[in-house]
Design a protein around this ligand. Structure first.
Ligand code: EPZ
Length: 426
């Protein structure tokens, strides 16, 4: 098990390139099973979650080749015979649950493990199952597995409203219906860029989808889909994370490259209120830290609202703002495992229900802290880089799931980060 040793309070200067998005790639990886020929995906990041999903696909019999040095993933579904996704892998990576929609949509049958909870609480899949049942699937639960069957091998049609809107459920319902017989409508569908990318790729494969990017998706099932070659989107959450990194030390000035500023939604609009010099230049975002960071409260919402995946990072940044602020998460009301660790570093934060209240500006002091989940972990790295002295961030395997080459990218712009083996027992 590794940990980071970070020597803090260093300014960041230089360029940070953004990697492909894992959350945008994985729906497309599942969609590759719907086609009769291979799919090639460019800009797939070398991350644990991708390797896990590759193994989930291989278990079905699909041929998966990952040209890691070029970030190119090729998936050939020609020899898929085993219509299952096992607990051992699904429990490691929740997005494996997309296999339910993909296998049901292509083969009319699926046996997929329920994903279980995660570090910050239950992550239900009731909407996935209700939607599939509404569209005609027979869904049973058996020993922690979902057994799905489409009568006559194809879903029949129907209309389903997601409440609340759900990224994963929208993805699963799209995968289950595009290669079916009937007409389907998904209302209050998620509009995240990850969902839009999936719809665009499915359309390129031959799917009939109306309303892409809106809250109402209308699908006309088709008989056949062909594999495609596509470019995966850059990671918008990584982009937001590094923008935050670039304003926490008053002498920081960075340029984020290879990204899509237009996919940042309300995050970018809110970021501009921080009193930082923020300039957009095509696929680049130039950020110069202000001498005084303005406090800016946020409330998370579905896209294009402020993303829940950036609220932990924002909380860390607000410890350095001059004044009080609050962070409210309406998507996951208990996603605050990072707060006790930030308090260990000297932050002044209290949590009441789904709201964290932060008092800034609070100088942070290095300490040993523990990662608990992907986005909480990176918020601790951000805090360690601004803390005085040395911080040990333990259990950074969480980070390896979602941030490609993190320590290299940050070291290249002046951070003092060392990855070492953690000999202490957890
Ligand atoms: C996706 O998770 C992302 N994961 C999450 O990112 C992200 O936080 C989340 O969307 C919200 O944006 C991937 O893309 C792999 P949801 P997902 O279904 O699809 C409730 C990261 O850090 N809900 O949109 O699981 C749910 O409890 C990860 O990269 C139901 O009630 O999220 C939540 O409150 C963490 N029933 C809300 O909907 C359901 O059947 C949104 O969840 C499904 C969801």
């Amino acid at each position: 098990m590794d940990k980071f040793i970070i020597k803090g309070n260093t300014p960041l200067q230089g360029e940070i390139p953004i990697s492909g998005s894992k959350n945008a790639a994985m729906p497309v990886m599942a969609a590759a099973l719907l086609a009769d020929s291979p799919t090639v995906i460019h800009a797939v990041p070398q991350l644990e979650d991708i390797y896990t999903f590759n193994n989930v696909l291989r278990i079905t019999g699909a041929q998966v080749d990952f040209d890691e040095s070029n970030n190119i993933l090729t998936i050939d579904p020609s020899h898929v015979t085993h219509l299952e996704a096992p607990y051992e892998l699904v429990r490691k990576m929740r997005a494996s649950f997309y296999m339910l929609g993909a296998l049901l949509g292509r083969y009319g049958r699926a046996k997929v493990s329920l994903p279980g909870g995660c570090a910050w609480g239950p992550r239900p899949v009731d909407l996935h199952l209700k939607g599939l049942r509404t569209f005609g699937a027979e869904i049973e639960l058996d020993n922690g597995y979902v057994i799905g069957n489409a009568p006559d091998g194809k879903l029949q049609g129907g209309s389903f409203r997601l409440d609340p809107s759900s990224v994963g459920a929208t993805i699963n319902l799209l995968l289950a219906t595009v290669r079916s017989k009937g007409q389907f409508k998904i209302e209050n569908a998620a509009r995240e860029p990850d969902v839009v990318q999936l719809c665009n790729v499915l359309q390129k494969m031959g799917a009939q989808i109306e309303g892409v990017g809106t809250k109402t998706l209308a699908i006309d099932g088709v008989d056949q889909l062909e594999g495609v070659e596509v470019q995966n989107a850059p990671d918008r959450i990584e982009t937001g994370t590094f923008m935050i990194a670039g304003v926490m030390h008053p002498e920081s000035e960075i340029t984020i490259t290879q990204t899509r500023p237009d996919e940042l939604g309300d995050f970018l609009d809110t970021f501009k209120n921080l009193n930082a010099d923020t300039r957009i230049d095509g696929s680049k975002i130039h950020v110069k830290a202000p001498s005084t960071l303005h406090p800016e409260s946020i409330e998370t919402a579905v896209y294009p609202g402020f993303p829940t995946d950036l609220q932990a990072q924002w909380t860390t940044m607000m410890t350095q703002a001059e004044g009080a602020s609050s962070v409210t998460d309406h998507i996951y009301n208990d996603r605050f495992n990072h707060i006790p660790e930030l308090v260990r570093l000297g932050a002044s934060i209290t949590v009441n229900g789904n709201t964290a209240r932060i008092q800034g500006k609070t100088p942070l002091q290095g300490a040993t802290v523990m990662s608990t989940d992907l986005r909480a972990s990176v918020s601790l790295v951000l805090a360690a880089m601004i803390a005085n002295g040395e911080t040990h961030v333990k259990r950074i395997y969480h980070l390896d799931r979602g941030y490609e080459d993190l320590e290299q990218k940050l070291t290249n712009v002046g951070a003092e980060i060392q990855r070492v083996q953690d000999t202490e027992q957890p």
